[in-house]
Every structure is written in structure tokens, then in C-alpha cells.
Write a protein of this length. Structure first.
Length: 245
């Protein structure tokens, strides 16, 4: 049956729709034109936020590496990973999922993030997305972070709580704000859902979002979890914004 379906519907590049070689059940295939424009973070990276760093070419992850931002800005979470840089094809895919009404992209993007986030997952980890305010959720009709986080949790066989965190107030978009404005904008906006507070007490939590720029939203979410008694918090994002881009 799968063979017949592939004859009728040959595998396509997740970014542009061009026909690609049969990659089995991998939903995140890219064509030869789109792959070079997708900057996957596979080498040296900051262990706190996932931003790529210069390396010696070995492609290894050093758990002691830390970028300048994470040295100067307090990070309430412990570890972080990102699947790709927020540029080129990666940026186009994230924007299509987030603003282009393309929830069908979630399986492919989640498969990339599940691989990147693997070192952060422990057997009793709880995976949770950054929440949307109801006003934004009604407009967008889905939370792109929740579409991804559910698949990441299933890939690793751990618990998923899509409503672990709540938005207590609507916040303006973080785009085009300075770092201090981003932190001020999100301050106090996130809180743990009282229904789940007891269930995450002392357990490690993996927070999932689509993009990280300053880290303000992740910081607010991690602070809310830690204040409610969760275990150590890690973060994983599809794309990490890089200053040079």
C-alpha cells in the first residue's frame, strides 16, 4: 500500500514541494536546492540557548560551552538546544507554520527538533509548549508550539502537557523590540496551570517553542515553572535567531 501511494504521491521537499528521492518514513526531506539554505545546528553550540558557536570541525557538543549572551543574561533554565538557525529556508518554514496556516509542516519540523532535543530528555521529563493567549489562539486557530511539542514528546515516549502553562494576559508581539523591552513585555504574563502543579513537582520540564531570540519568553516560562516547584527546566526551539543574520 505504501509503495502504491508513493507512486501516486511521490515524496516532496517540505520547503518547496519539489520531488525528492524516497526517504522512507522521514517527513522532513529537503531537495538539493533547499537543503544548503537550511542551517541545521549540528556542531558546537551554546549549551544554554543552542546558538551555534565556532568549533574545531569535530561537530561535537561541549556541555561547558556558553555564548556571550548567556554569560551576561541570567537564564533560569539549565540546558537548551535548537534545530536550526532562524534564516533562509528555516526561517521560511517557521513563518509558514506560524503565520501561513501550514500546520501540515509540524510533523517534519518536529522530527528535526526531536533529534536536536534528544540529549535534554530524561525518562520522567514533562514536555510542554509555550502557550498562546486565547485572543491570539482564536485568530491563528492553533498553537504552533503545541503541534511540535506533542510530536517531540511522542518521539521520546515521555509525557506531554499542552496546557501546563497559561497566558495570564495578552502581550504585544515581541518582534522589533530591544532585549530589555522584550523582557518587560512578557514579565508576569505566564503562569503554571494550577491543575498540573502537583504533577510536575520535582520533575524535569522541557519547554518547546518555535523561535528563540532574546530568550525573554523562555525565561518567563521557566521562572513560572520553578516558582511552582518543578524540577530543572530545559528549552528546545525549532530555530535560534543569530545576531549576524
Amino acid at each position: 500500500m505504501k509503495g502504491a501511494l508513493r507512486l501516486l504521491y511521490p515524496p516532496q521537499c517540505v520547503a518547496c514541494g519539489a520531488t525528492v528521492a524516497d526517504g522512507g518514513d522521514d517527513p522532513g526531506q529537503l531537495c538539493p536546492a533547499c537543503f544548503p539554505d537550511t542551517r541545521f545546528i549540528t556542531g558546537a553550540a551554546c549549551a544554554r540557548c543552542g546558538v551555534p558557536l565556532p568549533d574545531d570541525g569535530t561537530g561535537s557538543h561541549d556541555p561547558t560551552l556558553c555564548c556571550d549572551d548567556c554569560l551576561s543574561i541570567a537564564r533560569p533554565w539549565q540546558r537548551g538546544r535548537a534545530a536550526m538557525v532562524y534564516a533562509g529556508t528555516g526561517r521560511r518554514l517557521v513563518l509558514a507554520l506560524k503565520h501561513g496556516d501550514r500546520p501540515d509542516l509540524a510533523p517534519a519540523l518536529a522530527s528535526w527538533l526531536a533529534r536536536a532535543a534528544a540529549p535534554l530528555v530524561e525518562p520522567d521529563t514533562v514536555v510542554a509548549p509555550i502557550p498562546l493567549h486565547l485572543r491570539r489562539l482564536l485568530k491563528r486557530r492553533y498553537n504552533q508550539a503545541a503541534l511540535i511539542s506533542g510530536r517531540v514528546a511522542r518521539a521520546h515516549g515521555v509525557a506531554h502537557l499542552p496546557d501546563l502553562l497559561l497566558r495570564r494576559r495578552h502581550t504585544a508581539a515581541q518582534d522589533h523590540r530591544g532585549v530589555s523591552d522584550r523582557f518587560a513585555n512578557i514579565a508576569g504574563a505566564l503562569a503554571i496551570n494550577p491543575r498540573h502543579a502537583a504533577g510536575v513537582a520535582g520533575r524535569p520540564v522541557l519547554l518547546i517553542d518555535d523561535v528563540m531570540a532574546s530568550g525573554a519568553t523562555m525565561a518567563a516560562a521557566a521562572e513560572a515553572l520553578l516558582a511552582a516547584g518543578s524540577g530543572p527546566v530545559s528549552v528546545a526551539v525549532l530555530a535560534r535567531a543569530v545576531k549576524d543574520d
